[in-house]
Ligand binder design. Structure first.
Ligand code: CS2
Length: 485
C-alpha cells in the first residue's frame, strides 16, 4: 500500500470520509520549534496551528518538531513530508483528519546542533514544549537538578541533549545574533509551567561560568517570554488497529497515526514576546489568568485519572473506561473531586464546576477510546506532586483530612508495592525513580505501616512536611492496609 504523502493524497481527490490537510506542508515555512513531538503534540497544538494557518492564510507558522531520544517519529514522518492523521474516537468524532502543519522532524539525541540552530533561527518566534514532567529534570526542591549526569554534561558544554540545555544554548545564540524576540511555551502538565521553565533556564545560566552567561540573562529579560498554559486532550497510545483503521479509510499507509478523543481545550496566558499564531481562531483561549484553569484541570481531571489508573490497574481493569464502569471506583472518582478537590479551587470566571466534573467523567467513560490504566499509571513519582499533593496540602492546611486524595496516593503505593493485579498479571513500574521506589517498597513489605512510612520518605515526592503529618499518615495506612490485603 502506498505511503501517506502530499502527492499520494492529491491522487485520492475529494472525499467525505476524511478531512484533507488544510495547509500543504511544502508551502509552509518554519516559525515554531516544538520540543517533544510525541502523540500529544500532534493531536493538540499541531492541530490548532494548522487550523489557525488555514483561517488566516499565513504560511509562516510551520512546525519543526524535535524528537528527543528515539528517532522513530522522525522516521515515521519524514518520508510522509510531515503529514499524519488524527483519528478521533467517541461520540461526536469528526472524520479522520490529515494534518499538514509539521514541516520537519529533528532527532535531538542524534543531531543536537541542528536543534540549537533551529531555536536560533530568526524565522522562529516560538518554542513550544511537551516533554512530560520528567523532561524538566528538577531536583527535590523544584530547581534544575545539577546532579543529573545529563544536565551536568550539558552544563560542561557538550552539544545539549537535555531540554533546558537545548533552550539555553539556542537562546544564547539568539542573544549573540540578530534573531529577535521569542516566546517559550511549555505545554506540559505542571503547576505554573511557564514560570517553572523560566526558573530552570535561569538555573542553567547561573551554573555556567560567568563569561558565558554574561549578558544573556539581560537579553532574556528583554526579549523572551515564558507564558503558562493549560492543555487538555486525552491521547492514548496508538495501536495497530488504529493504523489499520486509517489504512482502510485513506487507502494509504500512515506510520504516524495519532488517536484522540473529540474534546480539546487550550487556555494560554496572553504574554508573548512577538507575534503568535491565531490559535484563538481554532478555539484556544488567551487569558490573563491561566493559573485557575490550570489547577482545575490538574486537580480535577489529572488527579482523578491517576486515581482510576492505580485503583483500576490493581483490580485488573485494562482501561480507564473499564475502571470507571466499576461502581466502587466511579464513586471514589466522584468523591475525590467533590469532597477534596473542589474546596481547594478558585473557579475561573464562567466555569461551571459541577458541569466540568460531569464532563470529565463522561470523557473518561468514552467506550471508543481504550486508554490503558498502565499508561496513565506511569511516572507516578512525577505526577503525584502536581496532581494530588497540592490538594492534600491545601486540605490539611484547612484542618481537613483528605480521605479521597489519600486513597489515590495509597493506590499508587499499593501499585508500587504489589506489582501484580487481581489476576496475578504483572504491573509495570515505569518511573524515573523506579529503582528507589522498589527498594523503599521492599523495605516496607508485608506491613502497611512500614510500607507507608518507607514510601513517604521519598522526599522528591512527599517533601519533608507530609511524612510528619500524623492524620494524613493515618488514613494512608488504613487505605494501604485494605488495598494490599
Ligand atoms: C493522563 C494525561 O497520562 C496521564 O497521566 O492523565 O495524559 C491526560 O490524558 C491529559 O493530561 C489530558 O489532557
Amino acid at each position: 500500500m502506498p505511503r501517506l504523502r502530499p502527492d499520494a493524497l492529491h491522487r485520492l481527490g475529494r472525499s467525505t470520509t476524511f478531512i484533507p490537510p488544510l495547509v500543504d506542508p511544502r508551502a509552509l515555512r518554519v516559525g515554531i520549534v516544538h520540543l517533544g513531538i510525541g502523540a500529544f503534540h500532534r493531536a493538540h497544538q499541531a492541530v490548532y496551528t494548522e487550523l489557525a494557518a488555514a483561517a488566516t492564510g499565513r504560511d509562516d507558522w510551520g512546525i519543526a518538531g524535535v524528537t528527543q531520544r528515539s528517532p522513530s517519529v522522525r522516521d515515521q514522518l519524514t518520508p510522509q513530508d510531515g503529514l499524519y492523521t488524527v483519528l478521533e474516537r467517541g461520540p461526536g468524532a469528526e472524520p479522520v483528519r490529515v494534518v499538514g502543519s509539521v514541516r520537519e522532524v529533528l532527532h535531538g539525541a542524534g543531531d543536537p546542533a541542528a536543534v540549537v540552530d533551529r531555536i536560533a533561527d530568526p524565522a522562529v518566534r516560538l518554542v513550544t514544549l511537551t516533554v512530560t514532567e520528567k523532561g524538566y529534570r528538577r531536583d527535590r526542591t523544584g530547581r534544575l537538578d545539577r546532579s543529573d549526569p545529563e544536565v551536568a554534561a550539558d552544563l560542561a558544554g557538550r552539544p545539549p541533549r537535555t531540554v533546558v540545555g537545548q533552550l539555553v544554548r539556542g537562546l544564547q545564540r539568539r542573544a549573540a545574533g540578530v534573531a529577535g524576540p521569542v516566546t517559550v511555551l511549555s505545554c506540559d502538565n505542571l503547576v505554573g509551567n511557564g514560570e517553572v521553565l523560566h526558573g530552570l533556564v535561569h538555573d542553567f545560566l547561573d551554573a555556567l561560568p560567568d563569561p558565558e552567561a554574561g549578558s544573556v540573562a539581560d537579553w532574556i529579560a528583554a526579549s523572551v517570554r515564558f507564558p503558562s498554559c493549560m492543555v487538555d486532550r486525552i491521547v492514548p497510545a496508538t495501536t495497530d488497529d488504529d493504523r489499520a483503521n486509517v489504512r482502510t479509510v485513506l487507502g494509504l499507509d500512515d506510520r504516524g497515526v495519532v488517536v484522540a478523543e473529540p474534546f480539546r481545550q487550550w487556555v494560554i496566558e496572553d504574554d508573548f514576546a512577538a507575534d503568535r499564531p491565531a490559535w484563538d481562531l481554532a478555539g484556544a483561549v488567551f487569558t490573563d489568568d491561566v493559573a485557575a484553569w490550570e489547577s482545575v484541570k490538574l486537580r480535577m481531571l489529572n488527579a482523578t485519572h491517576s486515581l482510576l489508573a492505580y485503583l483500576g490497574a490493581l483490580r485488573g481493569h485494562d482501561t480507564i473506561a473499564a475502571a470507571l464502569a466499576d461502581d466502587e471506583l466511579a464513586t471514589a472518582a466522584e468523591a475525590l473531586m467533590v469532597e477534596d478537590v473542589a474546596p481547594t479551587l478558585r473557579v475561573p470566571d464562567g466555569l461551571d464546576l459541577a458541569g466540568y466534573r460531569r464532563q470529565v467523567l463522561q470523557r473518561f467513560a468514552n467506550p471508543a477510546l481504550p486508554h490503558r490504566t498502565v499508561q496513565v499509571a506511569m511516572d507516578g513519582s512525577q505526577k503525584l506532586p502536581v496532581r494530588l499533593l497540592g490538594t492534600v496540602r491545601d486540605r490539611l492546611a484547612a484542618g481537613a483530612i483528605p480521605q479521597q486524595a489519600a486513597l489515590a496516593v495509597a493506590a499508587w503505593m499499593a501499585y508500587v508495592a504489589k506489582g501484580r493485579d487481581a489476576h496475578g498479571r504483572e504491573l509495570p513500574l515505569d518511573d524515573p525513580l523506579a529503582d528507589r521506589l522498589q527498594v523503599a517498597a521492599a523495605a516496607g513489605a508485608g506491613d502497611a505501616k512500614r510500607l507507608v512510612d518507607s514510601l513517604l520518605q521519598v522526599e522528591e515526592i512527599f517533601g519533608t512536611d507530609l511524612p510528619e503529618h500524623d492524620g494524613f499518615r493515618g488514613v494512608l495506612i488504613d487505605h494501604v492496609a485494605r488495598l494490599t490485603a
